[in-house]
Design a protein around this ligand. Sequence first.
Ligand code: GLV
Ligand code: MG
Length: 347
Amino acid sequence: MKLPNQFYRPLAIGAPAPLREPPVKVERMIHFVPPHLEKFRAKVPELVKQVDVVLGNLEDAIPADAKEAARAGFIEMAKATDFGSTGLWTRMNALNSPWALDDMIEIVGAVGSKLDVVMLPKVEGPWDIAYLDQLLAQLEARHSVTKPILIHAILETAEGVKNVDAIASASPRMHGISLGPADLAASRAMKTTRVGGGHPDYKVIADAEPGQGPRASFQQDLWHYTIAKMVDACASAGIKAFYGPFGDFSDAPACEAQFRNAFLLGCAGAWSLHPSQIAIAKKVFSPDPQEVAFAKRVLDAMPDGTGAVMIDGRMQDDATWKQCKVVVDLAKQVAAKDADLARIYGF
Ligand code: GLV
Ligand code: MG
């Protein structure tokens, strides 16, 4: 086991020192771009103004014969674009694939100083993070990258879920974890054929009452357990949790509901795979203005965060003060990025 005094040491001579705290950034949507396609690359300069993170996808959904083109397209788009405060991420191929090593060698070599985060798919345990951690340190040193490139794990195998605590705390390079419901469903032998969201057959049904007509039934959230487990692992390690993809682009209300459940449970953002999902994520992962207004009242009523007060008939104490601080702190971060919301929040 690594001793505590080794945890924050660079893993290669000449690599930058790992961060003690992850950067505070608004990351409501991680927008996926297929970088092998010129049509999508051409939209990136406009996209940068609309999203919090642009991610060049190299893994699933990129055909095997376009993997090199996607990697080259990502490098081209990274070089050609001024990302400003918008994050630049890539989703590399899985570590057991033929492309993973060259993904990192070529991308860090060409644009390592512009790259904020590498998303690592199919993470099974902390050993996967340790491997990428070491490799990134070697490449950062070789290419004089001065800002550490962070790692974001996708939680999408049964073994990964089992090891999620160890994954979240595997390295100071950890940025966060996203739920990958599609691969996770396959890994667990769930009987679904979808990318995220609920399923009409996963439900509870009311007791039968003689003469009462049809029995009420309610669809349940397939992802509740995993998201909650992931959020606890991330929050206790001081990193961020995210919901991943929602594949039915035609069902905006269901996408919004899935994103909102994740937000309420503690997630910071979600993936947007289609332009229509950008606005959904922005709405859901920016705190509700009425909640912010109420939270500000609580903070104002309890300036030192202790004691108990009644507001609108509801008891507030140190614990609700802390919840309100989470909401107001997030609203301040969002307001710093978004002038419209700053005005609505009254900051
Ligand atoms: C994402 O990669 C997923 O498998 O859901
Ligand atoms: Mg996946």
